[in-house]
Design a binder for this molecule. Structure first.
Ligand SMILES: [Zn+2]
Length: 349
């Protein structure tokens, strides 16, 4: 990487979050004496008798998992929300207010195999998982108590996941999640001012520039956005606007699975490790509103900025709400584009 493309002190506008991201890539090389994350991953068994997610095992609730062959969905044994949340809460006083935390929390097992990740699964199986997300969104979106559905995967010990069994989670809530509310506001404002879909304009600009695209096919695209807050933050989206995953055709879901798999393989190949991430589906609320200006997409937020070095959220991010990025999106996308789309474990590693 040439020193000359390091931009110094540049702020980039995040059009979906309506906030500035401070790009300070010259800081990436500052000396690091803090924590490093171990990369030596243990070899996992295909089935673990201790795992609460493996087929046939008994969970903490005493319920036995199905002997599932593909995917498996169950209600979270420790839900953060519940349709049975009691209505008789103690009344909040003064300016404070509260409400029962109505909702549904579920766990989605991506595979019966304890030792696989989405990056290592066959693309047909990655596609099958997308169908499960879609079915879940359809089912939960019909519940009158539910206003917004957050579907996500936390992956890796550095984001607090102790069980490596491939799985995601669903929080279906009685309120609209804040990030979605912020994005909806931005999309509606943009539609009002220009008559266009904001995310479609983002895709168009990424395609015109081209430097930040990781990969694309006929119906889906992956890129590190111009305004990325994390070093290897990747947006994956269908090219056509849909408010949520329900509207995608079979062809579009296949295309999305293809891109998802290719992106996750590249991330694993980057440092030859199972790449940790938070992967979130950004979808419109299910409260009956008109969200035609919203464009469903998946955001991947990896917490690592260098091999074994975590991006800490500190004074700027937590204290003031704006990200300080130590990297330049164009450079990070070029790194990912240079990598093979065959998983390193398959090639032999
Ligand atoms: Zn397992």
């Amino acid at each position: 990487m040439s020193e000359s493309i390091h931009t110094l002190w540049e702020n980039r506008w995040h059009p979906l979050r309506q906030e500035w991201v401070m790009i300070a890539a010259h800081r990436q090389d500052r000396p690091w004496v803090g924590e490093v994350v171990g990369s030596g991953a243990p070899v996992l068994p295909a089935y673990s008798p201790e795992c609460t997610l493996c087929p046939r095992n008994v969970r903490v609730s005493g319920v036995r998992n199905d002997d599932y062959a593909q995917t498996f969905v169950f209600d979270n044994d420790h839900p953060c929300v519940s349709l049975h949340a009691p209505d008789d809460l103690p009344e909040a006083s003064g300016i404070y207010r509260n409400e029962p935390a109505k909702g549904v929390a579920r766990v989605v097992c991506f595979s019966p195999r304890h030792d696989l990740t989405l990056a290592e699964m066959a693309v047909e199986d990655v596609e099958q998982v997308l169908y499960v997300w879609k079915d879940q969104f359809e089912e939960l979106g019909r519940l009158p108590e539910i206003k917004s559905i957050h579907m996500f995967e936390n992956k890796g010990e550095v984001v607090g996941v102790s069980n490596p069994h491939p799985h995601g989670q669903i929080y279906a809530a009685g309120f609209v999640f804040k990030t979605i509310e912020i994005e909806i506001d931005a999309c509606e404002k943009h539609a009002h001012e220009t008559g266009r879909v904001l995310f479609a304009d983002i895709i168009a600009e990424e395609q015109r520039d081209g430097r930040r695209i990781v990969c694309e096919n006929e119906h889906a695209i992956a890129f590190i956005p111009y305004f990325a807050r994390y070093a290897y933050e990747i947006f994956i989206a269908p090219k056509k606007a849909h408010a949520d995953i329900r509207g995608l055709s079979g062809e579009e879901l296949s295309a999305l699975a293809d891109i998802q798999k290719r992106v996750l393989v590249r991330l694993d190949n980057l440092w030859r490790m199972s790449f940790p991430h938070i992967m979130a589906f950004h979808q419109a609320p299910t409260d009956g509103g008109d969200y035609s200006s919203f464009h469903f997409h998946i955001e991947i937020h990896p917490p690592l900025r260098k091999p074994n070095v975590l991006k800490y959220l500190a004074g700027a991010e937590v204290g003031a709400g704006n990200f300080l990025s130590d990297t330049i999106p164009e450079e990070k996308a070029a790194e990912l584009r240079a990598l093979p789309e065959v998983h390193y474990k398959e090639i032999g590693g």
